[in-house]
Write a protein that binds this ligand. Sequence first.
Ligand SMILES: *Cc1c(COP(=O)(O)O)cnc(C)c1O
Length: 370
Amino acid sequence: MDQYRPTWVSISTTSFAHNVREMKRRAGRRVAVMAVLKADAYGHGAGRLAPVALKAGAEAIGVSSLEEGITLRQSGVLAPILILGGLYPFKNFSEAVKARLTPTIASFEAARHLFKISKMLDRPIAFHLKVDTGMGRIGVSPEGAVSLLDWISRRPSLRLAGLYSHLATADDNGSFARLQIRRFKKVARAANDLEIKPILLHLANSAGALRFKGSHFNLIRPGLALYGLSPFANRNFPSFSPVLNWQTRVIFLKKVPVRTPISYGQTFVTKRPSVIATLPVGYADGVPRLASNRGHVLVRDRACPVVGRVTMDHTMIDVTGKNVRIGDKATLIGKQHRSFISAWDWARWAETNAYEICCQISKRVPRTFE
Ligand SMILES: *Cc1c(COP(=O)(O)O)cnc(C)c1O
C-alpha cells in the first residue's frame, strides 16, 4: 500500500554489511560468523538483511523459530540456517528438515523424536546440540549432555553438526562467562572422547565475541553488534556503524500559555508560554510509554523533550524557541548534524535494553532499505 503517514525507518544495508565485515575481521580466518537474524533481524527486516549478511561474509544464519526459518528459505536464502529456539511440538522437526533448516536439540526427549523422524524419513538428520552451561533457558545440563552424546554416538542417522551453548553474562559478569566457557570446553572434550566430534562448536553472542577470544571456538553468533549497537549498553560503539534510522515529521504546532496541561493525565503542565509540536507516532509504533516526560527527539538539530504521556498514535514535544515549522523532520533514532540518538538512549529512558527498543518498532512503521 502507498505510504501516507510521514513516519519511516530506514535501514542502511551498507552499515550492516560493514558491521558483518568488522565482526569477521575480529573473528579471524578460522572462525565462522553466524548472523543472528531472529525476530525479523531485531526489527530491521530479516528478508532484506540475510543476503547482505551472506554477501559480506557470514557463513550461516541464526533464527528463533521454524516460521522465521521458512520465511527466509522462501525468500531464497540457501545458506545454512540454525533454529536457535527449542522446537515444540516435536513433530515440527519434520517440517524443519523439509525446509532444510537445522534444528536445535535441547533435551533427551527431543533427541528421541528426531531419531524417530530420521527412521520414518529413512535419512540422516543434521542438528546442533544445545548445552545449558549457565544461561538457565533451554539445553541439556553438562552432565546430561555427556550421556546424550553417548546415546547419539550409537545412532548414526543422528548427525551432530554442532555443539553449542549461550552466555548469560558476557556483557557484565566476566567471571561467570569464563566459568561457562570452562563448562562448555569440558562437554566438547567429552564429545571428542566419544569420537562424535561436532563440526561446529559455538558459544559467543556479540558481547562474548567482542570480549572473550576464548569463547570463539570455530563459530560466533553475533546479533546486536551487526545492527551497530553495542552489547555493553553504551551509546558509542566505535568501529561499528548504526544501521537503523527512525524519522517522522511535525504534523501539528501550537503556541500555548503557561500552565497548559499536555496529554493524558496532565502529567506535564507548561511552566512558561510554550510551543508544543505533535508527532504522528506513539506506543503503537514502538515509542515506549515509559519515555513520557523523559525522552527527547531531534528537530532542527536540537534536542526537544517529550512532554506529557506518549499516547497510542501521537507524541508531543516541547519546541519552544526552536523555530520549528510544520513538516520539519523529527529524528527518533539516528543523527541530525552533530546530534545523535541511539536505541540505547530510548532504552535508558524506558528502563530496558536496545534489543527491546528495536524489536518494539511495530509493523505499522514501514522499513526502507538503502
Ligand atoms: C539472540 C542470540 C544470539 C545473539 O545475541 P546478541 O547479544 O544479539 O549478539 C546468539 N545466540 C543465541 C542462542 C541467541 O538467542
